[in-house]
Design a binder for this molecule. Structure first.
Ligand SMILES: O=C(O)C[C@H](O)C(=O)O
Length: 406
């Protein structure tokens, strides 16, 4: 309208219809969009679906009958200066940006919850484990602080990939040339969209590339996969540390949220972490579909955008709906089993590592082996064998030394 390509009567009717449809998407207009995600490539079916709904409602608003397309056409008027090929990926990028912003809030809150646990458990010393075998000590707080840091790093990647989506193909029409647009259309359309969305959107540096390639969306999906990998890893650590109560590591207790077994009474399983694992697997699966779809671009266009967008939005939805529950019903209620941590640490043969500066690796290894065989602490063996005086052993094995951080 502003560029004089569309008369104001028709233009205003389309705008009014669009506002109505937007407001009634989950109500009055919810049955007007029957097209499935698995549809024609590019999203042409969805694009024509909205074009037809807007044309028909616009016609009604102008006192005309539905279907009077000679007067207001879904293709000539509603889709004026547009192609599915530039509008659909534009809409996809914006949908993902808004969803990403909700996800970033949720991730930051979960990371803070782990940080809170880092503070709470900062004085709980315990055996480290590498290769799942006893190793030099850490604090339980160190472990939880690392989970917070991992989530914060993964969120940072989401933020970066989200910002890449601000560059839009809009105005490129079918192949990137901008065929059938008036001069100035691309800039103006992106400006209007920026104002409506309150986002610093910008036109593509190379509009051919943004039609051919879905690299930005697949990179975003990759960042979601990174979040999923970290969440799965953390969930599995929590399951391992909670394992027991009598035959596992049991250094922490996860809150009991439901009877774990239909058959075995009194059994509580790490159900919240198990659920998080399954969500993580689904996200990795979604990313695999996105990867396949992204590599399927051919010549001027990647036509696989519907499945790319729907998979990314599903992954974000899974995370934004579940992570707050996981935070509240699992992370915030985690208890440290301090006595268990202490007991494991006291008999950890690998504490002999701290004697090596004084007695060397081989002698320390003998002490470690003997500690294991005789089920006595390393310190006691070193003293009994006369290798170290009590004072020397106390000095080498004092807590601050064991937990030294650079
Ligand atoms: O629907 C369109 O605007 C274009 C379609 O995706 C095509 O390139 O054939």
């Amino acid at each position: 309208m502003e560029l004089g390509a569309l008369d104001r009567d028709r233009g205003n009717a389309i705008v009014a219809a669009a506002d109505e449809v937007l407001a009634g998407l989950t109500g009055r207009y919810s049955d007007q969009f029957p097209v499935d995600i698995f549809q024609a490539g590019a999203g042409t079916s969805s694009n024509m679906n909205i074009n037809e709904v807007l044309a028909n409602r616009g016609l009604e608003l102008m006192g005309r009958s539905r279907g009077d397309y000679d007067f207001l056409s879904p293709n000539d008027h509603v889709n004026m200066a547009q192609s599915t090929n530039d509008t659909f990926p534009t809409a996809s990028c914006i949908a993902v940006i808004f969803a990403a912003d909700r996800l970033l809030d949720v991730l930051s809150s979960l990371s803070n919850a782990f940080q809170e646990k880092e503070r709470e458990f900062s004085r709980v010393s315990k055996s480290g484990r590498t290769h799942l075998m006893d190793a030099v000590p850490v604090t339980l707080g160190d472990e939880f602080g690392a989970y917070a840091a991992a989530l914060s790093r993964a969120s940072h990647r989401i933020q970066e990939r989200r910002n890449d989506l601000l560059e839009l193909p809009l105005g490129g029409t079918a192949t990137g040339t901008g065929a059938n647009t008036n001069p100035g259309y691309r800039e103006l359309a992106i400006l209007k969209l920026s104002e409506l969305c309150n986002l610093p959107l910008r036109k593509a540096d190379n509009s051919f590339e943004t039609l051919q390639s879905r690299a930005q969306l697949s990179a975003f999906s990759g960042a979601l996969k990174e979040v999923a990998i970290e969440l799965i890893r953390i969930a599995n650590d929590l399951r391992l540390l909670n394992a027991g109560p009598t035959t596992g590591i049991s250094e922490i207790g996860l809150p009991s949220v439901q009877p774990g077994s239909s058959m075995m009474p009194g059994k509580y399983n790490p159900v919240m972490a198990e659920c998080l694992d399954m969500i993580g697997f689904q996200i990795i699966g979604n990313d695999t579909a996105v990867t396949l779809a992204a590599q399927a671009g051919q010549l001027e266009l990647n036509v696989m955008t519907p499945v790319i967008t729907s998979n990314i939005l599903e992954s974000i939805d899974l995370l934004t709906s579940y992570l707050p529950i996981f935070q509240k019903r699992c992370v915030e209620g985690i208890q440290a089993h301090e006595e268990r941590c202490k007991a494991y640490l006291e008999f950890n043969p690998i504490l002999a590592t701290f004697l090596t500066p004084k007695i060397g690796y081989l002698k320390a290894a003998e002490i470690a082996n003997e500690s294991l065989d005789r089920r006595l602490p390393v310190k006691d063996i070193a003293i009994v064998k006369g290798i170290l005086s009590k004072e020397e052993a106390d000095k080498l094995l004092k807590t601050e030394k064991l937990l030294k951080k650079n």
